[in-house]
Design a protein around this ligand. Structure first.
Ligand code: SF4
Ligand code: SF4
Ligand code: FES
Length: 281
């Protein structure tokens, strides 16, 4: 990229970032959103239809298709995951999906329900909708049914070196990155991580980002940049400027155009777009 083009890219993206910060002010939902909003709601339908994306790599001639399951509303508890488990245990043991903590922490149960990326375990069934259409998160390769192949996503995460690194020289003048003792933080320093450290790597944000759809090979995506910013913000880390420099290329910050899908699709109410904006400034 020439210097002139690069400068234009910076100016254009600076405008986008100012837009992101303004939108964030209007949508600061991190503190107000419930992590587990399994509230009791009135039941509108006695029977629900679960339309679930099915694809089996062992049957390559069969195209992916949605399969319908009719379920009595009273037979399932509150969440989308309860519904999936009921179907697997009572109707179709071949249905494949991931779940582990049942508590919004591990991020592995992320699916798309009626067009929105959510955690199945902490998303109540919307009783106003008779049909629950459940798909794998969009734009990420599928292993089987609702299970994603997150190899590339985790590789991107690994590349940001998501751990504390210190700068201390050994007797040969080489930098030792590992901390050699517990490193304390003040309460104020710790508080600066709020809104950034909680990410459970569910990929809901990256899967909703148009720029990640276009080129996930190159673009780090909102989740990875948020996690890198989490270490840039950590008072115990000694590589802030190196981490920041690593995000400056055309495939990192400059790909974000502020559509804010990442924020509206994060089940934990985190705001990757805000983290991206803060790396800029
Ligand atoms: S704001 Fe979020 S969704 Fe939009 S382009 Fe940036 S990272 Fe992607
Ligand atoms: S920022 Fe939110 S949506 Fe994105 S991976 Fe982390 S928890 Fe999931
Ligand atoms: S099962 Fe762990 S977040 Fe849903």
């Amino acid at each position: 990229m020439s210097l002139v083009n690069h400068t234009h890219a910076i100016i254009n993206n600076s405008k986008a970032i100012i837009g992101i910060l303004n939108k964030f002010k209007a949508n600061n939902n991190y503190n107000s959103r419930n992590f587990h909003s399994c509230s009791i709601v009135s039941k509108h339908h006695e029977e629900l239809e679960f339309k679930i994306y099915r694809w089996n790599p062992e049957k390559p001639k069969e195209k992916p298709a949605y399969k319908s399951y009719k379920v009595k509303r009273d037979d399932i508890k509150e969440t989308i995951l309860d519904g999936l488990l009921h179907i697997k245990e009572n109707e179709d043991p071949t249905l494949t999906f991931r779940h582990h903590c049942h508590n919004g922490k591990c991020g592995c149960c992320a699916v798309n329900v009626n067009g929105k990326n959510v955690l199945a375990c902490s998303t109540p069934i919307d009783d106003k909708q008779k049909v629950q259409k459940i798909s794998p998160l969009p734009n990420i390769p599928v292993v089987k049914d609702l299970v994603l192949d997150l190899t590339h996503y985790y590789e991107q995460y690994k590349n940001i070196q998501p751990w504390i690194m210190r700068k201390k020289k050994d007797e040969h003048g080489e930098i030792i990155k590992e901390p050699d003792r517990e490193i304390l933080q003040t309460l104020k320093e710790r508080k600066k991580l709020d809104g950034y450290y909680e990410c459970n790597l569910c990929a809901c944000c990256s899967s909703s980002c148009p720029n990640y759809w276009r080129d996930a090979d190159a673009y780090l995506g909102p989740s990875t940049i948020l996690n890198s910013f989490r270490w840039i913000r950590d008072s115990r880390d000694g590589f802030h400027s190196e981490r920041k420099d690593a995000l400056q290329g055309p495939d990192s910050l400059f790909r974000c155009h502020g559509e804010m899908n990442c924020m509206s699709n994060c089940p934990l109410g985190l705001n990757p777009a805000k983290a991206i904006a803060k790396v800029y400034i």
